[in-house]
Design a binder for this molecule. Structure first.
Ligand code: 6U4
Ligand code: NA
Ligand code: NA
Length: 157
């Protein structure tokens, strides 16, 4: 199979709102998403990368981040499979600011702009909002067409 790379994605869900950010450059440009990126190869943990990327992209430091989901993403047009580790936080230090990479914006959870987001987000954000852990696999044709989507709640028994 293809080589893979480990990525993080962190969403802030506070009261009845979710913080998303319009990505201004690079992978996913023009889409609203959480904060995230690649884990550094210097011994950084996935959790540390999730916090660092949120600091770099949103200028805030999540204070109660928890791992909530894992999705393996296969893009036919990308050299590497993405292993995306998703975190949720409800509190943070600092003030949300626009950066060179991201333009953040709060949305009511009833008005999440799914039509301006990655096509898979509508499948797993509902789990995140309900604090349910989830895991799954996505296979893309290009960046906007899903040819396989298998995301399920993960329960500990
Ligand atoms: P650099 O090299 O710093 O610009 P970096 O910020 O490290 O890159 P980047 O921006 O490539 O990493 O990370 C991609 C981000 O997009 C990660 O947070 C994962 C996220 N992502 C990729 N595919 C996604 C998808 N289908 N649905 C989704 N997020 C996705 O919700
Ligand atoms: Na990033
Ligand atoms: Na990065």
């Amino acid at each position: 199979g293809k080589p893979s790379k480990i990525l993080t994605l962190l969403l802030i869900h506070q009261n009845n709102q979710i913080l998303l950010a319009m990505k201004k450059r690079g992978f996913g440009m023009g889409k609203y998403n959480g904060f995230g990126g690649k884990v550094e190869k210097n011994g950084e943990s996935i959790y540390q990368a999730a916090i660092r990327e949120t600091q770099e992209e949103g200028c805030i430091t999540p204070t109660d981040a928890q791992f909530i989901g894992y999705i393996k993403m296969d893009y036919d047009c990308e050299k590497e499979t993405l292993k995306v580790h998703i975190f949720k936080a409800t509190h943070f230090d600092g003030q949300v600011k626009e950066t060179e990479e991201m333009k953040p914006q709060w949305f009511d959870v009833a008005k999440i702009p799914y039509n301006q987001m990655w096509i898979d987000d509508q499948y797993w954000i509902p789990y995140l909002l309900e604090n349910k852990c989830f895991s799954g696999y996505l296979q893309f044709e290009g960046h906007d067409k899903l040819i396989q989507a298998d995301i399920k709640e993960v329960t500990n028994q």
